[in-house]
Write a protein that binds this ligand. Structure first.
Ligand code: NAD
Ligand code: ZN
Length: 262
């Protein structure tokens, strides 16, 4: 027996719902020009995370860590949302999707129009002083090639969660509550290797949600908590899904299935 088109299965699952939640990772922004950390194009190929992305490394040598952070600020500043970010905003606008929990720090969900975004690892938009706690918009202080400084003289840290830092408590509480109470969890573009974000799909599954994974690759989740794996790129799959959800019937014309929403 051949299996039904998984995107059509996902469309059937989502139609009429009001309790879907999405968990997104670096993969959803790859088609916006921001490479994932893992993989051949990833920043980790160039910068060892234990040397460049821990709080300890930042405290020891902030100028060095800013070499990696500077690339991230520039990449995020140049990026625009893609069809996957816009698709999630569309699902929220139609009352199907309740929240987006994102591990990303690029602000692209908000740029796409999603209102309820839970930023699990913070955001690149703000800088914070680890001495006097003063905050600044990144665009006010950041100059490419330099480590930005506070008026007190200390080097500023971006308001993102480095390895070794706790998850902001409100984001963690809200994310776990969404996971415990959603009916469908869409897991998009995450390797699910970063803890504790990787617990969110497990919490959702344990509470009875159907977990749908959109990722060209299989992950540790695929064979453990995922009920439906859609092996494709985030923008292509979300583009197809949105068209199918707009279509009143299930007899969706096959020639349109590769259509990617602009
Ligand atoms: P990851 O780098 O560990 O994994 C990325 C996943 O995305 C992989 O499983 C890969 O198969 C998949 N993927 C690649 N291209 C895709 C596409 N076009 N569509 C769908 N999936 C695709 O990412 P992670 O799990 O999010 O963990 C990395 C951590 O680094 C996160 O915590 C995040 O905070 C941070 N990060 C953020 C950004 C960003 O803000 N855009 C970018 C890189 C890393
Ligand atoms: Zn300061």
């Amino acid at each position: 027996m051949t299996r039904e088109d998984p995107v059509l299965e996902a469309a059937r699952l989502l139609r009429g719902r009001t309790d879907a939640v999405a968990l997104t990772g670096a993969g959803i922004s790859v088609e916006s020009g921001i490479p994932a950390f893992r993989g051949s194009q990833g920043l980790w190929g160039k910068y060892d995370p234990m040397e460049y992305a821990t709080l300890g490394a930042f405290l020891r040598s902030p100028e060095k860590v800013w070499r990696m952070l500077s690339e991230m600020v520039a990449l995020c500043g140049d990026a625009a949302p893609n069809a996957a970010h816009r698709g999630l905003a569309d699902l929220e606008g139609r009352g199907i999707l309740r929240a987006v929990i994102t591990q990303n720090v690029d602000g692209l969900h908000q740029a796409a129009g999603t209102r309820n975004v839970i930023e699990y690892h913070g955001n690149m938009e703000a800088l914070v002083c680890i001495s006097c706690w003063r905050r600044y918009p990144t665009r006010e202080r950041w100059v490419d090639g330099q480590a930005p400084a506070c008026d007190c003289g200390e080097i500023l840290k971006p308001d993102v969660v480095l390895f070794g830092e706790p998850i902001p408590w409100l984001a963690q509480e809200r994310a776990e509550e969404e996971a415990r109470t959603c009916g469908v969890l869409l897991v998009i573009g995450t390797s699910a290797e970063v803890s504790p974000a990787c617990d969110i799909p497990r919490i959702a599954k344990k509470a009875g949600a159907v977990v749908v994974e959109i990722n060209p690759e299989e992950t540790d989740l695929t064979r453990t908590v995922v009920s439906l794996h859609i092996p494709g790129s985030a923008s292509e799959v979300m583009g197809q899904l949105i068209i199918m959800l707009r279509d009143p019937g299930d007899d969706f014309p096959p020639h349109l299935k590769s259509f990617n929403i602009p």
